[in-house]
Design a protein. Structure first.
Lengths: 88, 1293
């Protein structure tokens, strides 16, 4: 019962995570969470045209350029992941 | 006048009947026992009603519709509607089929799948690189060579047989002068079989009765079955062998196959095969292989349907025993070859086998096991009763134990005792069974070690190895791997769902580690098992699917094996099996690649067995859909032009047909090439190839419709030429192709080609062949429906012949002909108009054959429904009504309501023109309402509800009023079906003439309906509640409030009806009634009802309270409801909370005015110790929050959230669900930001349990409002080179 129960939850989580990348679980660390936050933020900036033009004006860049940089930043928004043993 | 006259007559008849019945009742009333047979009607609990069509709704006037619309809004939420708690009688298990074996529902053709051999793996040319393949590995060339050999052999055999036949014919011709000799020659069976044949059944009976016949068993070693073999001259015919019973196998299984078995001169029993050795003791005694012995060689190996791998197909002495995987090749281990009755180890057979024994002995076909189990079961039931048992059964007093007669001698034959089933024969000196054996459960197999699931006896053959306890250390790596796979497979096959899931997962994850060989060698034989059930097959196929995905190119050597097992799924009768099969083959082709697939299936394309070719063609079409048609085109082209054999061409063209069927309009881009590939087949020398080509063209045209005519240009000529030169089956196929191509053409061409083909079609109208008839009808339909064909042409050229040949009584008898004829005629009517068609058939409404009348009626109904009745002139109208009345009255059985529907449709189509006939129709109806047969009464009542609207149009209100009274008198009807129809008819009348004009007046009608509400029959309930609802809606004032209160009580019961329509109608009616008589009285009753013990009743009551609250505004209900919460009783308080929950769900945003009023109550409930309190309160909060989102009630909601939040750690699934949903509701009402702030405190809590819960909340928050959270995330500090902060948000202009 216990084992199958946990198996269930895990499989659901896996499914959830396959569908929504940004969801988390009890073992998420600061870095992983922050990466998701950053990516969501950039996606949101790009998705809202007024916000994008606001940033464009503030940075004195074209909207297209700003969109492009944001998109690039989504690759490694927080830099390289910290070493595992440091975390543990 | 006339009406009254009929009335009097009817009254007289009624009177007479009543008298008669009263007399009868005296005789019959006591004839059956109510205790035994039950007093209620026998249809109780059955769903026997069909929803009444709602056509009367469309004809309401605007005002009525308005009212109806408003009232339709009084409805309970879907969740309630769907899952009002049911009584214990809920239809448990109705939806579940008993597990069924696949083989039981298969026909002979499909069973041929078991004849196929899981071929040994083949060479993977890709993996090899340039190296020459190992000698021992089968390459493509080997397989092709074998295939060729087989074909050659087949042809030679055919030639030999033909020659022999010719010779025999010649001889018989020569010897025809001497009749006796000629007879001997033509009847091939030699004289010997006769005595032997009698011997065989005798042996059979002896064997069957072996438990009783001790004498025979004392000398059991003499094998009876071998007797025929001792006679050296005997050349047994097949029939004899069929008769020889082999225990453990139903002999009838063997018979059908035996008939189709071919002669295989090469199948001499080889000593290497266990069964041969068993069946033919002393090979020397077999007569020499004289060619004259037509069947001697094939028969002994008739392993029957049951055996998974009949080896008669290929004589491959070097074949690996594929069915056993890599298990150790014990003699007789191949499951098919074991026939216990005949084997020398017969000593073991005679005792009832215990599971242990079976496991010991291992190989035994499942059939044999089943038979034994069954036998044992019978024995167990028939064992003698013991004294104690008899004492337990009979009362102590009043019975006397008699002395056994002096002549009685119990059987004391020791031999028998020893050999018989160990049944407890108390007191036998020689053999006593210990007491505990009485309860021994033979059917329960030995507990499998290591938490393995239950092992079915049929599984021993495959999984028996798991039971042998062998130490892990002793096993080789291979063995232990094998064992592991076996374990996992067993868990997948027989385990509990969680076991199944984990095992499936492990199999998938470790697939590459296990390797393709060990996996498939175990899975595939399982799938060939004859006792496989649907569910098991599904699971195993799922395993293959998952494993395939992981193994990828490693499957290549096994492609053919897998196909052999999966292909039969493609022709399974179960749709889902077919889909599953397609999916597997599609994945397989993606994993293995086109080249491997072609290499694996190419040899099967011209297999001599039609079954193999058929399934291969289907599999190929799946490959085409998976890898794209273009990839397969070159191959298809080559196959379709194969010079070697017509079979290859046939299969190639069939592949094209299957592609068209499977892919539909997706063939369009490749249509031209596909047609080009097969077009030459129309002129092929082989008739079968021509037929399949035409059928493929038909499939392509059907798939391409309405485009792609240009691709068919090249085949038009041969097709149209072909229909002139061919006859029979080929012609039918050609016509079919034409039928599908013509609709693609332009109008001009279509007309031209139709005229061309019509000559042939009209000629074939007379064809006696049923198949041809169907095709011709279909083609006529297709031709007629194209644009270019003109009405005049049809009228002059087609109609006379068409009606002469097809509109005959015989056509009505076959279901498919009937359908097709009706469809075609309706299609013609679209072109030539109603009058022409109806005019031709209307006379036939008075035909003497009822099925024919029904066909006519259905055609008329469809034609009139499609095209209206404006075409019909006065004369035809008269004929029509006359005919319909005749047909309606003459019908004896009409299950499909064809007559009724036809009548209704025609009357409605004619509209006001029906007026002159209405008195006559009503007279008929009244007579029939008074008929003795329930069915007739029901139809009469149904007819009223269909024509009520037209009667109103014809201003026959007086007539309707009259009918109303008549119906009212029949409300005492005892047949529920009829009563339901009568109520439906009353409803129809009330609907059209209105409450005020209704006769009998509403105040009389309704009290009659109240008791009927108690009726449990669904049709009655539904119609009754509809009628009552209608009255409550529009004529509530005609009825005193007390009556309505009574109805309210009845309605409470109906809230638990099984049928959704009834529950909905009930809920609506509640609303109407509460509105009509005010909420106070109703509410008081309902609140009282909360105190009852029965849960269902309480739930229904809470729903009703909520409905009343919605109809009569919440403020009329809330005070009383909240006051009720003060009752210190769990049920009542929960009921109140539940009502509140429903209430806030219904009233939606109206809730904003009441939220502050109920907050203290909810506070209290959310802090209650009782879980259910908190759960229900949480769901109330959810509905409340969702209702008032955006209406400025955040303060109250945050307050409630603070009470709600501590509940997030609840573990009971219901409670936690309700709480989570409430939080979701809060997210909608308060926005994600506030919820995120609640969440942040726990996301990184040191305790994992806490984190888990908080992340769960976070996740649902995230899914619900991903974007909204961006602005609310906390500010994170950068750490070293990791940037966590979001500098963009600090920008400011």
């Amino acid at each position: 019962m216990q084992a199958s129960d946990r198996f269930n939850i895990n499989s659901q989580l896996e499914h959830l995570q396959a569908k929504y990348v940004g969801t988390g679980h009890a073992d998420v660390n600061r870095f992983e969470w922050a990466v998701n936050i950053q990516r969501d933020s950039y996606a949101s900036y790009i998705g809202h045209a007024p916000l994008l033009s606001f940033f464009a004006v503030a940075e004195n860049e074209s909207i297209g350029r700003v969109r492009y940089t944001f998109m690039q930043k989504m690759l490694l928004p927080c830099g390289k992941p910290p070493d595992r043993d440091q975390e543990d | 006048m006339e009406v009254e006259a009929t009335d009097r007559e009817i009254a007289k008849v009624q009177e007479e009947r009543r008298k008669h019945e009263a007399e009868l009742a005296k005789v019959t009333s006591l004839s059956f026992d109510r205790d035994l047979y039950g007093a209620s009607n026998r249809f109780e609990g059955y769903e026997r009603s069909i929803a009444l069509n709602d056509e009367d709704d469309e004809t309401q006037d605007a005002a009525e519709r308005e009212v109806a619309k408003k009232l339709a809004s009084y409805t309970a939420p879907k969740s309630i509607m769907n899952e009002i708690p049911r009584g214990e009688v809920a239809d448990d298990g109705v939806g579940f089929k008993k597990p069924s074996r696949i083989i039981d529902r298969e026909d002979d053709y499909r069973r041929q799948r078991l004849n196929r051999i899981i071929s040994p793996e083949r060479n993977d040319a890709f993996a090899m690189g340039d190296a020459t393949p190992d000698e021992r590995v089968r390459t493509y060339a080997d397989v092709m060579k074998e295939e060729k050999l087989r074909r050659d052999r087949e042809e030679t055999l055919k030639a030999i047989a033909k020659k022999k036949e010719e010779e025999a014919e010649r001889r018989s011709h020569e010897e025809s002068l001497v009749p006796t000799k000629a007879q001997q020659a033509s009847v091939k069976a030699p004289p010997a079989p006769a005595p032997a044949a009698t011997a065989a059944p005798a042996a059979g009976t002896k064997r069957r009765n072996r438990w009783d016949q001790s004498k025979d068993e004392e000398e059991p070693k003499k094998p009876k079955t071998s007797s025929e073999w001792d006679g050296p001259d005997a050349t047994p015919g097949p029939s004899r062998w069929d008769a020889t019973p082999t225990p453990g196998r139903a002999s009838l299984d063997a018979t059908p196959m035996a008939a189709s078995r071919r002669n295989r001169w090469d199948e001499t029993p080889t000593p290497g095969r266990a069964s041969d050795a068993d069946a033919t003791p002393g090979a020397g005694s077999t007569p020499g292989a004289t060619p004259a012995g037509m069947t001697w060689d094939a028969t002994p190996k008739l392993a029957g349907m049951a055996t998974p791998t009949p080896k008669k197909q290929r004589s491959r002495w070097d074949e690996t025993p594929a069915t056993m995987g890599s298990a150790t090749p014990l003699p007789g281990a191949t499951p098919s070859m074991f026939t216990p009755g005949v084997t020398p180890i017969g000593g073991v057979e005679l005792a009832t086998p215990t599971p242990g024994q079976i496991a010991l002995r291992g190989p035994m076909t499942p059939e044999q096991y089943n038979m034994l189990r069954w036998e044992k079961d019978i024995e167990e039931r028939n064992r003698p009763l013991m004294d104690e048992e008899l004492e337990a059964m009979f009362p102590m007093e009043g019975y006397k134990i008699l002395e056994p007669p002096a002549s009685y001698v119990p059987i004391r034959t020791p031999a028998r005792k020893l050999l018989a089933t160990p049944t407890p024969m108390g007191g036998t000196p020689l053999y006593a069974i210990p007491e505990e054996d009485r309860t021994q459960q033979y059917d329960v197999p030995k507990e499998a070690a290591g938490g393995l699931p239950f092992l079915k006896p049929e599984d021993y053959q495959y999984f028996g190895a798991l039971l042998s306890e062998k130490e892990e250390e002793e096993m080789t790596a291979e063995e232990s791997k094998e064992r592991k796979i076996m374990k996992l497979l067993l868990k997948v096959k027989n385990g509990t769902p969680p076991q199944r899931k984990t095992s499936l997962r492990q199999l998938t994850d470790k697939a590459r580690e296990f390797g393709a060989g060990p996996l498939f060698n175990q899975i595939l034989p399982l799938l060939m098992s004859p006792t496989l059930e649907d569910q098991e097959r599904h699971l195993l196929v799922k395993v293959i699917d998952r494993v395939l995905y992981k193994l990828d190119e490693l499957v290549r050597p096994f492609v053919h094996k897998i196909l052999v097992v999966i292909e039969p799924l493609l022709i399974d009768e179960d749709y889902y099996a077919r889909v599953e099969g397609r999916e597997i083959i599609s994945n397989l082709s993606k994993a293995a690649g086109l080249a491997t697939m072609i290499a694996a299936m190419r040899p099967d394309i011209d297999n001599i067995d039609e079954y193999v070719r058929n399934t291969t063609a289907r599999a190929f079409s799946v490959v085409a859909s998976a890898l794209g048609i273009p990839a397969l085109l070159p191959f298809l082209k080559a196959v379709c032009q194969s010079k070697k054999s017509w079979q290859a061409r046939h299969t190639g063209i069939k592949i094209v047909q299957q592609i068209a069927i499977l892919m539909g309009c997706a063939v369009l881009p490749h249509l031209k090439s596909l047609v080009e590939i097969i077009e030459h087949g129309l002129n092929d020398e082989n008739q079968k190839v021509r037929t399949i080509t035409a059928l493929s063209l038909a499939a392509l045209a059907e798939a391409a419709a309405p485009y792609g005519i240009e691709s068919f240009d090249s085949v038009l000529k041969p097709l149209w030429k072909g229909i002139r030169s061919h006859r029979g089956k080929v012609l039918a196929a050609f016509l079919k192709a034409i039928g599908f191509i013509i609709p693609l053409m332009d109008a001009m061409y279509a007309s031209y080609y139709t005229k061309e083909v019509m000559v042939i079609l009209i000629r074939e109208f007379q064809s006696p062949d049923e198949e041809m008839k169907k095709i011709v009808l279909k083609v006529v339909k297709q031709c007629v429906s194209t644009e270019g064909v003109e009405a005049n042409y049809i009228r002059q050229e087609i109609l006379p012949e068409f009606f002469r040949n097809f509109w005959v009584r015989r056509m009505a008898l076959d279901r498919r002909n009937y359908r097709q004829l009706v469809d075609t005629t309706v299609e013609i009517a679209v072109k030539v108009g109603v009058a022409d068609i109806v005019g031709r058939v209307v006379e036939d409404l008075k035909d003497e054959s009822e099925p024919y009348r029904r066909m006519v009626m259905e055609t008329i109904e469809k034609v009139v429904a499609n095209l209206g009745a404006s075409d019909i002139d006065a004369r035809l109208e008269e004929l029509l009504i006359d005919g319909i009345l005749y047909a309606f009255q003459e019908q004896t059985s009409d299950d499909a309501n064809v007559m009724l529907n036809g009548f209704g449709t025609v009357v409605n189509a004619l509209g006001q023109r029906v007026k002159p006939y209405l008195p006559q129709i009503c007279g008929t109806i009244k007579w029939r309402l008074n008929n003795k047969s329930a069915k007739v009464r029901q139809q009469a009542a149904d007819l009223i509800s269909r024509i009520a609207v037209v009667m109103k149009q014809c201003h026959e209100e007086q007539l309707m009023g009259h009918l109303g009274v008549v119906l009212y008198e029949y409300l005492g009807e005892e047949y529920p079906e009829v009563l339901g129809s009568i109520l439906g008819a009353l409803k129809a009348i009330v609907n059209v003439i209105g409450m005020t004009k209704m006769t009998p007046p509403i105040k009389d009608l309704l009290p009659r309906l109240t008791p009927i509400l108690k009726n449990r029959h669904e049709k009655v309930q539904e119609n009754c509640i509809d009628l009552v609802g209608r009255i409550a809606d529009r004529g509530a004032e005609f009825v005193p409030a007390r009556e309505w209160m009574r109805i309210c009580f009845e309605l409470l019961e109906m809230l638990k009806a099984h049928k959704k329509g009834i529950r909905r109608a009930t809920v609506n009616t509640f609303g109407y009634i509460a509105k009509a008589i005010g909420p106070q009285d109703v509410l008081a009753t309902l609140l009282n009802n909360l105190k009852v013990q029965e849960r269902q009743n309480r739930v229904c009551t809470t729903v009703a309270i909520a409905i009343v609250a919605e109809t009569c505004s919440p403020f009329t209900v809330l005070p009383a409801l909240m006051n009720e919460y003060r009752v210190p009783e769990l049920n009542v308080q929960n009921g109140v909370l539940k009502s509140l929950s429903f209430l806030f769900e219904y009233i939606g945003e109206m809730g904003k005015d009441y939220i502050y009023a109920v907050t203290p109550l909810l506070e209290d409930a959310l802090m209650d110790r009782d879980l259910v309190h908190r759960q229900t309160a949480a769901s109330a909060v959810k509905h409340m929050a969702l209702g008032v989102a955006g209406l400025g009630c955040e303060d109250a909601l945050i307050h409630l959230l603070n009470f709600l939040w501590p509940n997030i750690f609840e573990t009971s699934p219901h409670v936690i669900n309700a709480v989570m949903e409430a939080i979701e509701g809060m997210r909608v009402a308060l926005g994600p930001t506030i919820l995120l702030n609640y969440c942040l405190q726990g996301l990184f809590h040191p305790a994992r349990k806490v984190r888990e819960v908080y992340w769960k909340i976070y996740n649902s928050l995230y899914i619900g409002a991903q974007d909204g959270l961006v602005a609310a995330y906390p500010v994170l500090e950068d750490e070293g080179e990791n940037i966590y902060s979001r500098p963009e948000l600090k920008m400011f202009i």
